[in-house]
Write a protein of this length. Structure first.
Length: 366
């Protein structure tokens, strides 16, 4: 969009990042294609080993997407609860503020879902979890590390803890406290591939074996039902190129977030981690009642912003059957969804671009 300043700031830095890595990406892709080993080769093994080490777990299994990773974890635990505890339809609690993929993964694998209201940071309000669900799906919205009250509460020893880590898995120095975590490498994520990609990370050897079979049509002995859900060798090779720069990218995200927060927190509600809480800065989100007008103002200035998310799960048709308004009015998630606005944040942003975003927001607020 043309502006009076001639400056245009897109929401993502995908084009800039590719242009900076283009020669390396093309070289490694050519190497894979010339090798003839396009699936389940050395690059896949190396990337999975890095993921396991990064997450301080024993196993990592790559697959086609973060949604598929969560489906694998959900399917495994659904089977486990039904057989081990004679539970015909296990119940899982999920927060109201998340992308519908979280809900879809559990519905598709046979769970009864309970949608739970959120706190002022958009994370699950543990005090509003009804009853004693069989599983808790924890999400660190916008990259915030997961709500500490989830882990500190006294739960039933039979309960399963699952992380949909698509947004937050890089927070907390990748310390996994759940039974399993689903990771996404969608193009919108901090560590992104050129298409779809995901992974299951866990210390559970049985889940690891289940995931490896699931992603490859039940191979090697076809003891499990499976599908075709693999990341290619080219995908994994390209990710290994990006790992050479990834720590630097994460540090840059943190610096941008700190600058945003320092300049804006006096004027708007910045959704930043609380005391003792870390963030991977997957998104930088502010909260204000005039968000539509601000979004329009920034668009005129050539700055792209987005809503994450403009409706809680229970306001989407797919979520209508999983709420009880009589018991919970869902005030937290409703108000949050009406006021959140995501600003551009990516390592390729220049200091002048970040300053321009801040100045444009302050111009509107003043």
């Amino acid at each position: 969009m043309p502006t009076t300043t001639g400056l245009t700031i897109p929401f993502t830095g995908l084009r800039k990042q590719y242009n900076s890595l283009r020669n390396e990406i093309l070289d490694v892709t050519d190497e894979v294609l010339r090798s003839g080993v396009l699936m389940n080769g050395n690059y896949t093994a190396e990337f999975e080993n890095w993921l396991a080490k990064k997450n301080s777990v024993s196993y990592a299994v790559t697959c086609h997407s973060g949604t598929q990773a969560l489906e694998i974890i959900a399917a495994y635990n659904n089977d486990l609860l039904r057989t081990a505890w004679d539970n015909p339809r296990p119940t899982v609690a999920v927060p109201a503020m998340t992308y519908p993929a979280t809900l879809n993964a559990f519905i598709r694998t046979g769970w009864q879902v309970v949608i739970v209201d959120t706190d002022r940071y958009g994370q699950m309000d543990v005090t509003k979890i009804p009853g004693d669900p069989d599983a808790i799906c924890v999400i660190g919205l916008y990259g915030q590390s997961t709500n500490r009250t989830v882990w500190n509460r006294n739960w039933n020893s039979k309960q399963v803890f699952i992380e949909d880590g698509a947004q937050h898995w890089l927070a907390d120095d990748c310390r996994r406290e759940s039974h399993a975590c689903a990771i996404s490498f969608d193009p919108m994520k901090n560590l992104a591939c050129y298409g779809n990609g995901g992974a299951v990370v866990t210390n559970n050897i049985h889940l690891m074996e289940y995931a490896r079979a699931w992603r490859d049509n039940g191979k090697s002995n076809h003891a499990y039902i499976g599908t075709n859900s693999r990341m290619s060798e080219a995908d994994c090779a390209q990710m290994l190129v990006k790992l050479k720069y990834f720590d630097e990218w994460q540090e840059r995200r943190s610096h941008i977030a700190e600058y945003y927060a320092g300049e804006l927190s006096e004027f708007v509600d910045v959704i930043s981690p609380g005391v003792g809480v870390e963030s991977a800065w997957h998104k930088f989100v502010i909260r204000l009642s005039e968000r539509h007008a601000l979004k329009h103002h920034l668009a005129i200035k050539g700055i792209e912003t987005r809503y994450h998310y403009d409706k809680p799960l229970f306001e989407l048709p797919v979520g209508w059957d999983f709420v009880d308004y009589a018991k919970d009015p869902y005030r937290g998630a409703v108000s949050f969804s009406r006021e959140c606005l995501s600003l551009p944040i990516y390592p390729e942003m220049t200091d002048s671009e970040v300053t321009y975003v801040i100045e444009s927001i302050l111009e509107f607020l003043r």
